[in-house]
Write a protein that binds this ligand. Structure first.
Ligand code: AMP
Ligand code: MG
Length: 469
């Protein structure tokens, strides 16, 4: 197998990482491989046995520069002075056929100096969940890391329970630079490293940025676009810690993430999110909070601190309006409005309030708006009819609301009960549900497999997702 590595991170100072190779596993078996993505990356795969060895970490490909990256982060608001890749190893970077540089990283590839109490491993369930959900996000058109391969290891993993099958995910990202990568150097007062990192991030992601404050502005803009895109598909990330906030503005680190069935602003899935910090409707606030942490870290390198604080404050304070504007564009499109006006905010909030009151299914309600199937989502029909008539009148000035709605409302999402069902089947050796879901989610705006549109029955509901990833 040939991977055309072109490594830049490994040329940064030693303080940024630890070089090490993955820990080999017992019996690698390739469970999933993303041929389209491999093509984009310019990877030539010959023998699948060899691919299993490489993507399990048993064979290091030529020209790789394997390393574990250092970073810190705020986890649930609490400062953790050192995290780092505790179970991931960056093999290197490639420049794709589209000219974009991307990281190729193994996740679950064994312990590193940053593993703390962890085993450095991942189990099959979360690996297949990340594979499926990240590829679904890509198909929705939402910035995200992607999945190149999933390999089972033939080894057992211990989480809340023992005997879980081990697996390794190969993740592809625009980069793995996080807010936490900046935070660690700022917190340690390593200003030269902070400056080097800032230059590196600018060059790699925002070449037009003129300095740290421009970088901050660009990352805020990317994050302000990302969160409304999540919300428009009912996505809850679940662990929006600063170490999981990407500088490139991609969705990264699919842990206890989930898509909502019945709509509720306060919806939380992660079993460890006791206070609802990362609830669906709180994600915009958290994105701003995370960017404020990035601002604090970037400012540490500025000569004129007072001026920098003033500029950064203005950038952060502009973010809620940016998020709201992007939210309005996304949600207006979901109801067929291409040029939203201020009044449409109330229209959308009203609809969402009715949906929340009646426990309407988020995906199916938007997809079916304008048909009887949408009406059936509501208990309070009178209130919905009133909303509906006003909406119909509003659409009279829209050129082609149906087409806009059809491409703004996915028919199929990775519903939790399907994901859980897929994981259970995979643990038992049956990959058919994974393949079925993958196939349908590759074209999520088309109705290729209607049975996957069905919300869970009361005994299929998955109330929580667990962090034991
Ligand atoms: P996450 O919640 O997945 O973003 O992980 C937070 C931190 O914990 C990161 O530094 C991870 O590398 C580390 N981590 C998570 N799971 C493990 C594990 N099984 N072994 C070692 N480190 C881990
Ligand atoms: Mg993480």
């Amino acid at each position: 197998m040939q991977i055309p590595f072109d490594n830049s991170y490994a040329a940064l100072p030693d303080a940024f990482y630890t070089r090490l190779t993955p820990t080999p596993v017992k019996t690698p078996h390739l469970l999933a491989f993303n041929t389209d993505l491999a093509k984009l990356l310019g990877i030539k795969v010959g023998d699948l046995q060899e691919a299993a060895q490489v993507f399990a970490g048993n064979a290091t490909p030529a020209n790789a520069a394997p390393l574990a990256q250092l970073y810190a982060g705020h986890q649930f608001g609490n400062w953790n002075p050192q995290l780092g890749d505790g179970r991931a190893i960056l093999l290197g970077e490639v420049i794709g056929t589209d000219g974009t540089r991307r990281d190729i990283q193994l996740k679950g590839s064994g312990p590193t100096p940053y593993s703390r109490m962890g085993d450095g491993r991942a189990w099959l369930g979360p690996v297949l969940r990340e594979y499926l959900v990240s590829e679904a996000m890509y198909a929705f058109g939402i910035p995200t890391t992607r999945a190149l391969a999933a390999v089972s290891t033939g080894e057992s993993i211990w989480r809340e329970q023992g005997g879980l099958p081990g697996a390794v995910l190969t993740r592809v990202a625009s980069s793995h630079l996080r807010v936490g990568t900046f935070q660690i150097f700022a917190a340690r007062g390593e200003i030269e490293n902070l400056k080097t990192l800032t230059q590196y991030a600018i060059q790699r992601h925002y070449p037009d940025a003129k300095g740290p404050m421009d970088l901050l502005r660009a990352v805020c803009t990317a994050q302000a676009a990302l969160i409304p895109a999540w919300m428009a598909v009912g996505f809850i990330h679940g662990v929006m810690n600063t170490d999981n906030a990407s500088i490139a503005g991609e969705t990264i680190d699919y842990g206890p993430c989930a898509f909502m069935d019945a709509f509720a602003q306060t919806r939380v899935f992660s079993s460890i999110d006791q206070t609802g910090r990362y609830a669906y409707g709180n994600q915009p606030n958290i994105a701003v909070w995370n960017m404020a942490q990035l601002a604090t870290a970037l400012i540490a390198q500025m000569e004129d601190r007072d001026a920098a604080v003033e500029e950064a404050t203005a950038i952060i304070h502009a973010m809620p309006d940016q998020i709201e504007a992007n939210w309005l564009t996304r949600f207006a499109a979901k109801i067929g409005i291409s040029t939203p006006v201020e009044e449409d905010v109330k229209r959308l909030e009203h609809l969402l309030a009715l949906m929340q009151d009646d426990g309407a299914d988020f995906t199916n309600t938007f997809r079916a708006l304008g048909t009887d199937a949408a009406r059936d989502q509501f208990v309070n029909r009178e209130a919905f009819e009133a909303w509906h008539s006003a909406w119909q009148a509003r659409l009279s000035t829209e050129p082609d609301p149906q087409a806009l709605m059809a491409r703004s409302n996915p028919a199929v999402i990775p519903r939790n009960h399907r994901v859980e069902e897929m994981i259970q089947a995979a643990v038992a050796g049956d990959m058919a549900p994974f393949e079925r879901l993958s196939r349908a989610l590759a074209t999520p705006y088309a109705e290729t497999d209607p049975d996957l549109h069905r919300p869970p029955t009361s005994d299929e509901i998955v109330p929580a997702t667990f962090c034991g990833t």
